[in-house]
Design a protein around this ligand. Structure first.
Ligand code: PAF
Length: 297
């Protein structure tokens, strides 16, 4: 049997009301469609933790900076529904843009601090768009749990912050980035890569993990990041938009992995912008190495 596709908030709410009356735990997996194994892993994680799972599919115009990017974004609703059916997700909620943003829509949810820098610096307004639509989806579904991938690490922080700040009663569950066999992070944008670009693409996660090891061993971020940029460009990437070491718990900038950290990157390969991040475990030697390097400077 196929997965039911729901288009309106009214219909969604009446279904969720019955689940609530029956005391069921509800999870939501927000997506923009073009589902790949990364999304499906979120759905599986949601199914393991909740009685009912809503997958949302909405290509949110408010979070795109470029009209061309919005037009080019893959739209594969039929295939997405086919992929979801065997997993056992309960509803695919795919509203129309005119219903999400009706005439006169005038509200923006804006999360400062964590939205700034990284992707926020290069995609003005992007996180306002994400925060606004995610808030709507949380309020429309009334879910108890929401599942997000760690690949969009800054997005995860933005969503956690808005839920805390607006007292939205939903638990945010973070799931690890799913990768192709060669290490490339799964993304709906990967289909845009040419065969040649696809071969070069895994050099990005490779550079991240090599750099993470060096940082964990105590190397100063400035040196490691400068070398990693060169490696990424030499591999065929056209531009490294940013490559930064940030604290895992609040995204504050770090000069060494002297606490649990993330190495976060956005880079362009041809016309495709890829993002990725890896965890950088802190270690005593990182703390000692950083102190020694700053003392010698
Ligand atoms: O990560 C995404 O696919 C989108 O940013 C999200 C969370 C579905 C909001 O449109």
């Amino acid at each position: 049997m196929g997965i039911p596709i729901i288009r309106t908030v009214a219909e969604l709410r009446s279904i969720v009301a019955v689940w609530r009356r029956d005391g069921l735990k509800v999870a939501v997996v927000p997506t923009m469609g073009a589902l790949h194994e990364g999304h499906l892993s979120l759905v599986r994680a949601a199914l393991a933790k909740a009685d009912r799972v809503i997958v949302t599919l909405f290509v949110n115009p408010m979070q795109f900076n470029s009209a061309a990017d919005l037009v080019a974004y893959p739209r594969t609703e039929y295939d997405d529904a086919v992929k979801l059916a065997p997993l056992g997700a309960d509803i695919l909620y795919a509203p129309d843009a005119a219903d999400v943003y009706p005439q006169g829509f005038a509200t923006t949810v804006s999360v400062s601090a964590v939205s700034e820098g990284l992707c926020g610096a290069f995609r003005p307004g992007h996180f306002d768009g994400v925060a606004t639509v995610v808030t709507k989806l949380f309020l429309q579904t009334g879910a108890d749990l929401a599942f997000f991938g760690e690949k969009d690490f800054q997005q995860l922080h933005v969503v956690r912050r808005l839920v805390r700040d607006l007292d939205i009663p939903i638990n945010i569950v973070a799931c690890p980035t799913m990768r192709e066999e060669d290490g490339l992070a799964m993304s709906s944008r990967n289909v845009r890569l040419s065969a040649e670009q696809r071969l070069a693409a895994p050099k990005l996660p490779e550079a991240l993990s090599t750099s993470a090891e060096r940082l964990s061993a105590g190397a100063p971020a400035e040196l490691v990041l400068a070398e990693a940029r060169q490696v990424i460009l030499a591999a065929g990437y056209d531009e490294v938009e940013y490559l930064e070491l940030r604290a895992d718990h609040d995204l504050s900038p770090l000069r060494a992995a002297d606490r649990p950290a993330r190495l976060i990157v956005a880079a362009w390969l041809g016309g495709t912008r890829l993002i990725d991040n890896v965890r950088v475990p802190s270690s005593e030697s990182a703390v000692r190495g950083f102190r020694a390097a700053t003392a010698a400077a």
